[in-house]
Design a protein. Structure first.
Length: 165
């Protein structure tokens, strides 16, 4: 039995502007920001029945605190999507939002869904304990030297990629 892989298309896109840590959005909850962009994206497709959305996949690098639990599910409910629409939060650190898009496209391409929402949400202002002072990584992960990169910040990672490529 063979199955045809279908194409996936982005038909609506939106985003919030970026701001400095502890800047303009410092008092805005990440789930509220997510709900806003979900509503705006759905508004761009007026003929879409929201009940047909197969899943909402949201990338979040630090899914804790105000952006914890299943922030995807919380955001879609705050956006007014039907309770029947599922949501899943994924974490691939700085590429979490990109991974959400890839996973949503894969579900469409494989015929598992016709309509998906992929997004990312994050507020470093909501995560002060992760920004410098109290990162509590398991020290055993560093027993192998090749694992040291897990602790690199994105600035150092970018420098290493630039040196290599």
């Amino acid at each position: 039995m063979s199955r045809q892989i279908q194409d996936a298309y982005i038909v609506a896109a939106t985003r919030l502007p970026t701001a400095k840590r502890n800047g303009f959005f410092r008092t805005t909850r990440p789930d509220d920001m997510l709900a806003h962009v979900i509503r705006r994206a759905v508004d761009q497709v007026p003929g879409l029945d929201p009940a047909l959305i197969g899943d909402v996949i949201v990338g979040c690098a630090m899914p804790e605190g105000e952006q914890g639990m299943n922030v995807a599910r919380i955001g879609l409910l705050l956006a007014g999507l039907p309770n029947s629409v599922p949501g899943i939060t994924i974490n691939r650190f700085c590429s979490s939002g990109l991974q959400a898009v890839a996973d949503a496209a894969a579900k469409i391409r494989l015929g598992e869904a016709d309509v998906m929402i992929a997004a990312g949400t994050e507020s470093m202002s909501a995560m002060p304990q992760m920004m410098g002072n109290k990162v509590s990584l398991n020290p055993a992960v560093f027993a192998k030297e090749e694992n040291i990169a897990i602790a690199y910040g994105m600035g150092l990672t970018a420098e290493k990629v630039a040196d290599q490529w």
